[in-house]
Design a protein around this ligand. Sequence first.
Ligand SMILES: Nc1ncnc2c1ncn2[C@@H]1O[C@H](COP(=O)(O)OP(=O)(O)O)[C@@H](O)[C@H]1O
Ligand SMILES: [Mg+2]
Length: 284
Amino acid sequence: MAKMSERRGSIEISGLGFSYPDGTAVIDDLTLRIDGGEMAAVIGQNGSGKTTLAKCVGGILQPSRGQIRIDGTPTFVGRKRTPALVERVGYVFQNPDHQIFSQSVYEEIAYGLRRLHMPSNRLDERVREAAEVCGISPDLFDEHPFFLPKGMRQRIAIASILALRPSALIVDEPTTGQDFSQSVDIMQFLQFLNGAGHTVIMITHEMDLVVRYARRVIGMAGGRILVDAPPEQAFLYADVLSALAVQAPDVIALGKELQGYTDEMPTTSDGLLALCDRILGRAW
Ligand SMILES: Nc1ncnc2c1ncn2[C@@H]1O[C@H](COP(=O)(O)OP(=O)(O)O)[C@@H](O)[C@H]1O
Ligand SMILES: [Mg+2]
């Protein structure tokens, strides 16, 4: 009966290889499984292959070798993209402006639904639902997306994917170019979607957000997975950090300094403070 309770949005990547048409080989023999309902972060240097991997999972790119299955269904069969894929998995572009084409916010959110030839009453319901979830007021429906702030364009890009109700969502560097409070808003929003049952994969360079919001860290270097671990383990090793070109989040770096006193590794500042209190209580 275990299968009955499995959450939707599982991603199974087996033996994935991908080369661009110009011959650039980016991914070679990558295997990874993400269960339905996970919230994972993909990190790694620019050029390490994060976006290419995400586009393969989202069905924007066809694997050169190997296979990707979303809830058991391959993204491509032969050269043909699985027709209902958009309802299983959605990829939100790194730059929302590469995704936004419509003249109004409403039409942008409706774009994918129109391509599915959804009847207009159901389409209207879905657009309004996605807008509400993303905090986009109907007052903005007639606005041109390009005249809105970047944070709002990012939400519109997410809403247009969410309107398709994909079980799994991959969001490519949603916090780049946002200030800290906007970044936290976006992360809390992704956390909310995850709580509502979506598998969420976020690509980001902000390790403080990774440690705070992701329960699994997948680190890429040169098109391969170098580390795949919970945040309290992923940032412990200097050679891994240097291959990923990242610094450990402060909370982890400080926690590591305390390893002589304890085996605990907190991932929040509150957890770290409580740990310091306990250590000091014992020491004094
Ligand atoms: N359309 C393309 N054609 C050829 N090479 C590309 C293309 N897009 C990306 N690449 C190359 O693929 C590699 C991985 O890029 P990308 O997946 O965008 O990495 P990341 O998202 O981690 O920065 C880089 O070397 C990049 O130059
Ligand atoms: Mg990228």
